[in-house]
Design a binder for this molecule. Structure first.
Ligand code: ATP
Ligand code: MG
Ligand code: MG
Length: 437
C-alpha cells in the first residue's frame, strides 16, 4: 500500500506543514490512512496527524470527512456531547513521492474500546465502566444526530477512543519524549497485514446438529446432559472462532502505546474514563438520501441489510451491539453463510430469532432486497426453521456479571427494535435507569 496513490511513507523526524509538525511515533493505521504522533510547534503540544492515502478516491473521501468534522467542530462547543466526539484541530495537504495526501490533525487519544475488551480477556468490561462509556457515546451521538445532522454509520469498539488526560506527562515518563524530541529507537509498526477473514463456513440450526448425535439407549436425563455438554462445546468453539476472526480483521494496533492505565487492571483506574467517538470517515448527512451499504458486519442494522432507506437510528442499533460486546466480550450477532443461505440471510434470521417477527411490510416487501430474503407473505425464503430466543435468555447465557439482568434487557430492547421507526433515539435511551443505578 506504500505506492503511488497509497500511504505516504513517513520517517520519524519528518516535518509537515512548513515545519509546524514534527513526526514522532506511529499511533495506528486504517484502510485509508496512517496516524502519527507529532509535535505541534505552534500550540507547543502533541497532536495526532492522520495522513490519508493519495489517490483521488481517498482524497475525495477525506475532503468529505473534513467537511463533517468542521461542522462538528463549529456547531455547538457547549453541548454536553461535544467533548465526546474527536475534534479536528487543523488540516492541510502534504506532497510526497506517492502523491498529494490530505492530512487531518486531532488531539492525541489513547486506546480503542476494542483494546479494553481484550484487556478484560473477552470476559466483559465491568458494568460500571460500560455504563460510563455508554452514557458518553449516547451524548456524542445525540450531538451528531440532532445538532450537527450527522450519522456516524460505523460505530464499533475500534472507533471509540479513550481520552488520555495527561498526554505530555505520559510521553515524558514512558517514552522520554520532551516537546519536539524524538525517541532514538522509535518503534516502527509497519505491519499492515489485513486478512479480512470473512468467509467462514457457518451452520444455522444448532439443534439439527445436536440431533444427529446417536442418543439411542440413553435415558431422557442422559440425553439432556449430553445435549447440554455438546452445546457448550459448540458454543465454546464458536466463541474462540469469532475471536480468531476478530484478531485477523483488526491487524491494526488496538492496544495503543498510549494506554493511559499503563496496563493497570484495577477497575478504579477507569473511574476517570472519558471516551470520544472517532473516525468520521464513513459518516454522512441526515438530510442526504441514505440507502448505500454501511456499517461493519456485526454492527449492521436490519434496514441496511434489506436495502431500505436508513436514518440516524441505524447508529443506535450499532450502539446496542457494542454495549452487549463490552459487557460480554462477544458479538451479539455473528452471522455465517452456508450452502443453503447467505450470511445476510443468517444475520436477519438471528435478528428475528432475538427480537421476534416484528419487521414491517416496508422492510419485508417493499425494500430493494426484500425479495431476496422474504417471500410474499413476509416469511424468510431460505431459512425456515427459526430458533427464537429472547434477549433476556441470551444475556443470561453470555453475561458473566449477571447483575441487573431485567433492567439491562429493558435498556437494550428499545435500541434493538427491528423497525427503525420504533427504535428509540439517543435522548430517550439516556434517561434509562440502567445507566444511572
Ligand atoms: P478505518 O479503516 O478504520 O476506516 P481510517 O484510515 O479511517 O481507518 P482511523 O480509524 O481514523 O483511520 O484511524 C486509524 C487508527 O489510528 C485508529 O484505529 C487508532 O488506532 C489511531 N488513531 C486515530 N485517531 C487517533 C487519535 N486522535 N489519537 C490516537 N490514535 C488515533
Ligand atoms: Mg477506524
Ligand atoms: Mg475510517
Amino acid at each position: 500500500d506504500y505506492k503511488q496513490g497509497g500511504y505516504h511513507r513517513v520517517i520519524i523526524g519528518d516535518m509537515l506543514q512548513d515545519g509546524r509538525y514534527k513526526i514522532q511515533l506511529k499511533l495506528g493505521w486504517g484502510h485509508f490512512s496512517t496516524v502519527w504522533l507529532a509535535y505541534d510547534f505552534r500550540s507547543e503540544r502533541h497532536v495526532a496527524v492522520k495522513i490519508v492515502k493519495s489517490s483521488r478516491r481517498f482524497t475525495q473521501g477525506a475532503k468529505e470527512e473534513i467537511a463533517l468534522l468542521e461542522k462538528i467542530h463549529s456547531t455547538n462547543p457547549n453541548s454536553p456531547g461535544y467533548q465526546h466526539v474527536a475534534q479536528l484541530l487543523d488540516h492541510f495537504e502534504h506532497d510526497g513521492e506517492n502523491g498529494t495526501h490530505v492530512c487531518m490533525v486531532f488531539e492525541v487519544l489513547g486506546e480503542s474500546l476494542l483494546s479494553l475488551i481484550k484487556r478484560f480477556k473477552y470476559r466483559g468490561v465491568p458494568a460500571a465502566v460500560v455504563k460510563k462509556v455508554a452514557m458518553q457515546v449516547l451524548l456524542g451521538l445525540d450531538y451528531l444526530h440532532r445538532e450537527c445532522g450527522i450519522i456516524h454509520t460505523d460505530l464499533k469498539p475500534e472507533n471509540v477512543l479513550v481520552y488520555v488526560p495527561n498526554v505530555e506527562t505520559l510521553l515524558q515518563e514512558r517514552f522520554h519524549i520532551h516537546g519536539p524530541d524524538t525517541l532514538p529507537n522509535a518503534p516502527d509498526n509497519n505491519n499492515n497485514n489485513n486478512n479480512n477473514n470473512d468467509n467462514v463456513d457457518g451452520d444455522h440450526d444448532k439443534t439439527a446438529i445436536l440431533d444427529q448425535v446417536d442418543t439411542k439407549g440413553l435415558t431422557k436425563n442422559q440425553k439432556k446432559k449430553l445435549r447440554k455438554k455438546l452445546k457448550k462445546k459448540m458454543e465454546g468453539q464458536k466463541r474462540s472462532q469469532s475471536h480468531r476472526n476478530r484478531e485477523n480483521k483488526n491487524g491494526q494496533i488496538t492496544s495503543s502505546i498510549l494506554d493511559f492505565t499503563a496496563g493497570d487492571q484495577n477497575i478504579s483506574v477507569y473511574e476517570n474514563i472519558v471516551v470520544k467517538i472517532a473516525d468520521l470517515g464513513n459518516a454522512c448527512w441526515t438530510k442526504d438520501e441514505c440507502v448505500h451499504l454501511i456499517q461493519t458486519r456485526e454492527y449492521r442494522s436490519p434496514e441496511v441489510i434489506i436495502g431500505a432507506r436508513w436514518t440516524e437510528k441505524t447508529d443506535l442499533w450499532s450502539l446496542a451491539c457494542m454495549i452487549f460486546e463490552l459487557l460480554t466480550g462477544e458479538f451479539l450477532f455473528d452471522p455465517r453463510p452456508s450452502s443453503k443461505y447467505s450470511k445476510d440471510d443468517d444475520h436477519i434470521a438471528q435478528m428475528i430469532e432475538l427480537m421476534g417477527d416484528k419487521l414491517p411490510p416496508r422492510l419485508t416487501l417493499d425494500s430493494e432486497f426484500s425479495h431476496e430474503f422474504f417471500d410474499r407473505h413476509g416469511h424468510m425464503k431460505h431459512i425456515k426453521k427459526l430458533r427464537y430466543r429472547d434477549l433476556h435468555d441470551v444475556l443470561e447465557e453470555t453475561y458473566r456479571d449477571g447483575h441487573q439482568l431485567d433492567l439491562l434487557t429493558e435498556f437494550l430492547t428499545p435500541m434493538l427494535q427491528l423497525d427503525d421507526n420504533d427504535r428509540a433515539g439517543a435522548v430517550a435511551i439516556m434517561n434509562h435507569a440502567w445507566l444511572h443505578e
